[in-house]
Design a protein around this ligand. Structure first.
Ligand code: CMC
Length: 425
């Protein structure tokens, strides 16, 4: 017999079905609640509310499990490439060699960005944060690719997916080139996706660029680890914006803005700035732990804590190991890595952090790797966005394919009752 939940309001009982996910997660389906009772639920921050059913990513915060389409993140990070994982997330299955080759070829067809987009970049001051520029450029793609806005069939959707994958990478690097005053680079269709990222960022017209396989492999892994994370803030934003049938570029642009915040993707930049500050102040990690625990101090230990993970973040484990390996292979001796390890060890022993189940998250060690690879600090969140792109696309696509209704939460009004209109004197 299927499970139900009983709710009693004013002595009257109402029964609601309980649905089960494929990993036995249970949810009370309240979609008839208001019709039946006149009441709604309230759950700021959506700590207890599911916004959709989804077949893309499974996450168990207590056990520290993360899977894309059923595959363990550890396996994917170890054995797959970023484009393979992108295909898996977006289309549901791992690609065959031929399908992967076709996907790469189709992305390459869309790696040229309209030259007039450069005029938009020129309108920004050099000091603009790359995430703000990226959000604007992503939104501007709509104007230059109007056919990708109202996708009406599978073919148009596929084209929009390939366009987004191709052009987003290029414009993401342009935000950095602009800030440096360097000429904007073009994608080289004879080279791979992640290799192109490094070229687009760092190749100068004055000298040949030599790419390093260590760097490319490390970045590929980091992009995979960031590729999806079910209904987080930016992904929920992408789905919400897309639910009004806004196009893919507009929805992704909104996701970029949501990711930018320091409580979400912006944390990776904040972590490095925090570690640098600790280093410059003599490496006193205890002082910063005390600040993080002080309720009168707004400071939080950046890169610690997670809404869902209450045991450990499996991505952080992989990234910590990768940080050690990459820095070792590149021969980089970064005192910041030691400070990060010291801070982590102290926090894990601390009653405040233990009681609240606060562990390092994906952003704690990623910046240390980016730094070793030569990525500037204010580009860290852009790196997160490049990695998260296939997840946003997959979630947007799923939302449209499931024909989800427009997202429109309700509220409990707590403002003034009806008042007579009188101009203040
Ligand atoms: N430093 C100090 N105290 C913390 C921290 C932290 N990093 N994170 C949570 N707490 C405390 C918080 O003050 C609260 O304490 P109390 O119960 O005494 O009031 C308790 O732990 C629960 O915190 P919360 O803010 O209710 O938890 P949340 O689920 O709403 O927030 C979070 C999750 C990730 C926003 C939060 O842990 C945080 O601000 N972390 C620092 C920023 C960060 O690293 N963000 C990246 C998240 S992972 C990648 C991503 O999403 O992009």
């Amino acid at each position: 017999m299927s499970k139900t939940a009983i709710l009693e309001i004013d002595g009257k009982k109402y029964e609601f079905p309980v649905i089960k996910g494929s990993e036995n997660e249970e949810a009370i389906n309240i979609n008839k609640l208001r019709d039946l009772t006149g009441a709604i639920t309230i759950d700021p921050g959506f700590k207890n509310s599911g916004s959709c059913t989804s077949g893309i990513t499974f996450l168990d915060g207590e056990l520290g499990i993360l899977r894309y389409r059923g595959y363990a993140i550890e396996d994917l990070a170890d054995k797959a490439s970023f484009l393979e994982v992108s295909y898996l997330l977006i289309f549901g299955e791992l690609p065959t060699a031929a399908q992967l080759e076709q996907f790469e070829t189709d992305i390459r067809k869309h790696t040229l960005v309209n030259e007039e987009m450069k005029g938009i970049i020129d309108g920004f001051p050099k000091t603009a944060h790359p995430m703000g520029v990226l959000a604007a450029l992503t939104s501007a793609l709509t104007a230059f690719n109007p056919k990708s806005v109202n996708v009406e069939n599978e073919k148009e959707l596929y084209q929009a997916v390939c366009k987004t994958m191709g052009k987003f990478l290029v414009i993401a690097t342009w935000t950095y080139r602009k800030s440096m005053g360097y000429p904007l680079n073009y994608y080289d269709n004879t080279k791979g996706y992640v290799e192109n990222f490094m070229r687009l960022m760092f190749e100068l017209p004055t000298e040949p660029y030599k790419s390093s396989s260590v760097v490319i492999d490390a970045l590929d892994k980091l992009f995979i680890l960031h590729a999806d994370h079910e209904q987080n803030c930016s992904t929920s934003t992408v789905r919400m914006v897309g639910s009004s049938h806004a196009g893919l570029f507009a929805s992704i642009s909104a996701g970029v803005s949501a990711l930018w915040g320091p409580l979400h993707g912006g944390a990776n930049q904040a972590v490095l700035e925090m570690l640098e500050e600790i280093h410059q102040n003599g490496g006193d990690t205890e002082k910063y732990l005390a600040k993080a625990k002080d309720k009168n101090d707004p400071f939080r230990l950046m890169g610690f804590g997670h809404r869902v993970y209450k045991n450990f973040d499996p991505r952080a484990k992989i990234i910590k190991k990768a940080a050690n390996e990459v820095l070792g292979t590149l021969g980089v001796d970064d005192p910041i890595l030691e400070i990060a390890k010291k801070l982590e060890a102290a926090a894990l022993e601390d009653e405040y952090f233990k009681a609240r189940n606060l562990y390092p998250n994906v952003d704690f060690y990623s910046g240390i790797i980016y730094r070793a690879l030569g990525i500037p600090t204010d580009m860290f969140t852009v790196m997160f966005a490049i990695g998260r792109l296939p997840g946003w696309i997959a979630q947007w696509k799923e939302m449209r394919e499931n024909k989800e209704p427009i997202g429109r939460p309700r509220q409990v009004y707590t403002g003034a009752p009806l008042r007579e209109f009188k101009k203040p004197v």
